[in-house]
Write a protein that binds this ligand. Structure first.
Ligand code: 4AD
Ligand code: MG
Length: 465
């Protein structure tokens, strides 16, 4: 009879002690003892920790086999789970039989027992998932994604799939990747000699989306509470540790909801994601806590304390009267830089901060204009170390004001007619926000560079794998 196949994670618990089992995984380390057996640690991705396999010389073909069990090789083990006498592990597996499934040349396998720098691991992104760090990031990314859906489903939101290919620039920043089938060497041209995109696949210019918001707003105006969760693309040439050209965004949109309620949703949402990771990914979080011993304490505090809410105008006052020398000078009207955001969260308040009511001139057309005529009902949720993690707003639901803002920002009114129609037929106050999945992962895991929380990062100049 074939033995029960279990995971390394299951084998590390007490449930299978005394059971004959089969396990499969990749060898992490091997140590041959003089006493006539070897210790082989394997990992299968089910947990951060490995399981130790005791391979006695009585195992069939020991002499031939044991030399092939090098780091990176894949094996199948049959044996008995037993209590381990060693420190730091509950169990180990005494092997009866081992089969080499795929060998791994120890001379060329790039992952050695000694730690590798994150920079080096980026150059082997196809193998780095076999390290503790990337395994832990991937499991936490999975937990956060699951938790996102749970949060919205439990709160009555409907999941909507907004398109990836679009003709509209939601954020109005013109940082879009063009989608085209036009032959770049021989494009059709119009009478002015310009490339004629009416001859392109969709009969007009089209791009990869920078945000699902405009589309999800239409579903909000019929379903009430909705969210999208998908990849977004930005062709901004900013080579920072917090920007990726392809990243995942979660965008809820809530009808009959003004800015204060929107802020409360954002705060409750972020706290829930953190709490779920702390609850369900204990071992992985302990691992990250070794690099930054304040990480878990900080996250626990964030998940249970009230976030500061502060207007942009008050934030500017705090920054200008702080006496701190910034690289970029602060004055009312500027777009705050990451150094300003970090000062507020890390030094001044030592807490996440939600800034609201930003100058209209630095925000997109769709945000609701305040009565002062100068500011819009925008909000950014800032956290220590990462800065902006959520950006959102109450939307302009008054048709005349929206159209004025569209004209101001030189939008093609005809192209956005479907969007302004939402204000023509049963318009309601509504709000929403976007959470950058990678930003939240950086915050939770303490990872400094966005390239290390994306499976295959796309950044200016980099599109490998
Ligand atoms: O502030 P942003 O640009 O807001 C929007 O796109 C709105 N349409 C959202 C909405 O109201 N539905 O982006 C939202 C979040 C940012 O706060 C940040 O976390 C993340 O998306 N983000 C990026 N993450 C990684 N790389 C980039 N280049 C990012 N740009 C934005
Ligand atoms: Mg933003």
């Amino acid at each position: 009879m074939s033995k029960k196949k279990i995971t390394v994670s299951e084998a590390r618990g007490v449930d299978f002690i005394g059971c004959e089992v089969r396990l499969c995984g990749w060898v992490r380390t091997r140590r041959d003892s003089k006493a006539g057996f070897s210790f082989v640690e394997i990992n299968d991705g089910s947990s951060l920790g490995n399981i130790q396999i005791i391979v006695a010389q009585t195992v069939p073909d020991y002499d031939l086999l044991i030399k092939t069990l090098t780091p990176g090789s894949s094996i199948s083990v049959e044996g008995v789970v037993q209590k381990s006498p060693a420190q730091g592990q509950l169990t180990e597996v005494a092997a009866d039989k081992i089969e080499l499934i795929g060998e791994s040349d120890p001379l060329t396998y790039p992952l050695q027992k000694k730690g590798h720098s994150l920079e080096f691991l980026r150059s082997i992104a196809h193998l780095r998932i076999r390290t503790n760090t990337f395994g832990a990031v991937a499991r936490i990314r999975n937990t956060v994604s699951y938790s996102i859906h749970q949060f919205f489903q439990e709160n009555g939101f409907v999941y909507v799939h907004t398109p990836i290919i679009t003709a509209s620039d939601c954020e109005g920043a013109g940082q879009m990747f063009r989608v085209t089938v036009i032959d770049a060497d021989n494009p059709p041209r119009d009478n002015d000699g310009k490339v004629d995109y009416t001859k392109d696949f969709f009969g007009k210019s089209s791009y990869l989306t920078v945000s699902g918001q405009l589309n999800v707003e239409t579903y909000c105006a019929g379903l009430g509470k909705v969210y999208t969760f998908g990849p977004t693309f930005r062709a901004e040439n900013s080579n920072t540790s917090r920007h990726a050209s392809e990243f995942w965004m979660i965008e809820p949109e809530i009808a009959f909801c003004e800015l204060e309620e929107n802020m409360s949703w954002a705060e409750k949402f972020l706290k829930r994601l953190i709490a779920d990771v702390l609850k369900d990914r204990h071992e992985d979080m302990e691992f990250f806590n070794r690099n930054d011993t304040t990480l878990i304490d900080t996250l626990t505090h964030v998940a249970s304390s009230d976030f500061v809410r502060l207007s942009y105008t008050d934030a500017v006052s705090i920054l200008t009267s702080s006496g701190k020398k910034f690289n970029y000078d602060v004055a009312w009207g500027i777009d705050l830089q990451s150094e300003h955001e970090r000062f507020l969260t890390e030094e001044h308040f030592k807490s996440p901060v939600i800034l609201y009511d930003y100058p209209r001139t630095i925000k997109p057309f769709y945000m609701r204009l305040n009565d002062d005529g100068k500011t819009v009902r925008a909000m950014d949720l800032l956290v220590p170390r990462v800065g902006e993690i959520i950006g959102g707003s109450e939307r302009e639901y008054r048709l005349n004001v929206l159209e004025e803002r569209m004209r101001e920002q030189k939008l093609d009114m005809e192209a956005y007619k479907w969007y302004s129609d939402l204000r023509r037929y049963g318009s309601v106050p509504h709000s929403g926000f976007g959470l950058g999945l990678e930003r939240v992962l950086m915050f939770i895991t303490g990872t400094a560079n966005i390239r290390d929380v994306l499976p295959f990062p796309r950044t200016p100049g980099n599109c490998d794998y």
